[in-house]
Design a binder for this molecule. Structure first.
Ligand code: 5GP
Ligand code: MN
Length: 354
């Protein structure tokens, strides 16, 4: 752990020792890493520190990932806004996990900014908003917020680098979140990721059950939808940019549930010819974009410059706004094709100038 983080650990230990209510918040549409890190931290704060800790999610967790939270009820701020506001404005310690700046918590953004709590970021995205936090544990060279949290917890004196001292629900949630963010050890795996996995396994974490819950419980309907999306709705744009668009009608016809398209965006990258993959789908009054790329092509730059988004170098997300960017969802494929052409031109233009 860098020296700066060691100093921050002492400050965190002092804050935890002072006590007070803790609230843990993640980004909107929480994924496995958001839910895993929130559950793991909640388990540690309650079981190891005896603190009153709550999890507040900007919106609901998808059904297929709710097993990660099991036993740790979370407040869904989109359904219980008063309760969420009360917790955030009255807590002493406010932990923000798996996001780098308040806007990523969408509806909770203003409450987070206004809260007088000590704010602590634990994250692994590019460009953390350091000014907004009292303590900022952020490193892009780790697999996940779960791995960042793991290194913070192991540095605290009560755990003393011994993963077996973490509560078993904490270990389980850390393993689950790290597994989803690495796409089951396919991406963003660092030496520390494998050390963490090894220590969690050694201390008895049931990885087989995590794999079963994550990867062996799909509905046949989901597999059929993926097959159709890949065979009939994938376009290969110039520059090896694969693009799949799912309209609201298609989603209804497929009968897909929340969270069931997770993972689709990775599949086109298995083709050698594909350098970047775009998955776009209509969600309410916007078209949500997921981007994945291979080294040499920056998903983060594409998300930032064309889709009001960001994330990691090779895995990012964003949106196309209706009506600001397109008048209705049918304009999405053409908007993406034009954005891809612009993006390639700016990269290639940039390269020639060097
Ligand atoms: P996914 O495609 O899995 O939803 O997101 C991939 C990555 O991009 C995640 O790390 C996520 O936090 C980030 N991301 C997704 N959507 C947005 C967005 O609208 N804005 C920003 N800044 N990051 C996003
Ligand atoms: Mn993450």
């Amino acid at each position: 752990m860098p020296e700066k983080d060691t100093m921050q650990i002492s400050a965190l230990e002092a804050l935890l020792s002072q006590g007070g209510d803790c609230v843990i918040v993640t980004h909107t549409r929480p994924d496995g890493d958001a839910l895993g890190s929130a559950t793991a931290l909640c388990s540690y704060l309650r079981e190891c520190r005896g603190l009153n800790a709550s999890i507040v999610l900007p919106d609901s967790a998808p059904d297929n990932l709710s097993f990660i939270l099991q036993g740790f009820e979370a407040v869904d701020a989109s359904a219980q806004s008063g309760k969420a506001a009360g917790l955030i404005s009255s807590c002493k310690l406010l932990f923000c996990l798996d996001f780098n700046a308040f806007p990523r918590a969408e509806g909770l953004q203003d409450l987070l900014a206004a809260s007088h709590a000590e704010k602590i970021l634990i994250d692994h995205h590019l460009n953390p908003d350091r000014e907004a936090f009292r303590l900022c544990f952020s490193n892009c060279e780790v697999s996940s917020a779960c791995e960042m949290l793991y290194s913070v917890l192991l540095a605290l004196p009560d755990i003393g680098t011994d993963a077996s001292r973490l509560p078993s629900r904490c270990r389980y949630a850390l393993m689950a979140g790290m597994t989803t963010d690495t796409n089951n050890f396919a991406n963003s795996v660092y030496p520390g990721t494998l050390r963490m996995a090894s220590a969690l396994l050694e201390s008895g974490t049931d990885r087989d059950s995590i794999i079963d819950m994550l990867y062996k419980r799909d509905r046949l309907q989901k597999i059929s939808a993926f097959a159709d999306l890949l065979s009939s709705h994938m376009q290969i744009l110039p520059g090896g940019i694969a693009c799949i668009f799912m309209s609201s009608d298609m989603r209804i016809a497929y009968g897909l549930l929340d969270g069931e398209t997770e993972g689709l965006v990775n599949i086109p990258l298995s083709a050698e010819a594909v350098k970047m993959s775009v998955f776009a789908r209509t969600e309410g009054d916007m078209v949500r974009i997921s981007l994945r790329s291979k080294p040499g092509m920056s998903a983060n730059d594409f998300a930032r410059t064309c889709f009001h988004g960001g994330g990691h170098e090779l895995a990012s997300g964003g949106k196309i706004l209706i009506p600001e960017d397109i008048s209705d969802e049918s304009g999405a494929p053409a908007y993406i094709a034009a954005a891809a052409a612009r993006f390639l031109q700016s990269r290639d233009g940039g390269k020639e100038e060097k």
